[in-house]
Design a protein around this ligand. Structure first.
Ligand SMILES: O=C(O)CCC(=O)C(=O)O
Ligand SMILES: [Fe+2]
Length: 211
């Protein structure tokens, strides 16, 4: 699919206008550094996808790992994320109960996540935890760069689809968001998105879903 080529700064502006919520420097600096350090050290397991009420690994659709983080860090992270609830409620005009346990995701070279929505849409046999997702949140933990640099990654662009409603001419266009350490993006969980293949380094994100 075609990807619109827009510069990094303007893209934040553009995606905000298209209805996404973006905020820079979301986590306090110490917590951000601690999470990233922990993400690089801890063990990981391959992330699964849900299909026909089954949870399975499908390398053709998603190659991502979930990092095991300490219980204490998970609690701190959740508290930070919950502080965002009122803002997300007014931004997306929904009443939210809370958020699902945050996950730290790692994408090594060759990893990606194909085009999907986070809340299973109208699939009748989907698990309840998927159906109840209202607002998805992604926090980038390290920088996406254009030439190799330590602690950063290349490729792995988070790309959104069908942001321009009621005009099918735009349906094939992907709207990219370059990763930037501590940038947070929130979007309705029925927005189509994907993570392109990582081509250098290791990409870390933290994700949760408000319900
Ligand atoms: O890692 C990302 O940027 C997004 C991950 C994602 O789309 C998901 O976990 O549903
Ligand atoms: Fe997603």
């Amino acid at each position: 699919m075609a990807i619109l080529n827009v510069n990094k700064t303007r893209n934040i502006e553009f995606l905000s206008r298209a209805g996404l919520f973006l905020t820079e420097d979301f986590l306090n600096q110490d917590l951000h550094a601690e999470i990233l350090a922990e993400a690089r050290l801890q063990s990981k397991e391959r992330a699964k996808i849900s299909r026909n009420s089954m949870s399975l690994i499908d390398d053709d659709f998603r190659k991502t790992s979930i990092v095991h983080i300490s219980e204490s860090k998970a609690l701190l992270i959740k508290a930070e994320l919950l502080s965002l609830k009122p803002t997300l409620e007014s931004c997306f005009n929904v009443k939210l109960k809370g958020c699902q346990p945050p996950q730290i995701l790692s994408y090594e070279v060759g990893d990606f996540f194909g085009i999907h929505i986070d809340n299973a849409g109208k699939a009748p046999d989907a698990a309840d935890f998927l159906k109840e997702r209202r607002v998805s949140v992604v926090i980038f933990l390290n920088d996406q760069v254009e030439t190799p640099q330590a602690n950063s990654y290349m490729g792995g662009t988070l790309t959104f689809y069908k942001l321009i409603k009621n005009d099918p001419r735009w349906d094939a266009f992907g709207f990219p968001l370059m990763g930037k350490a501590n940038l947070l993006v929130a979007f309705p969980s029925d927005v189509l998105h994907e993570v392109k293949t990582v081509t250098y380094g290791e990409r870390f994100t933290m994700v949760t879903w408000f319900v």
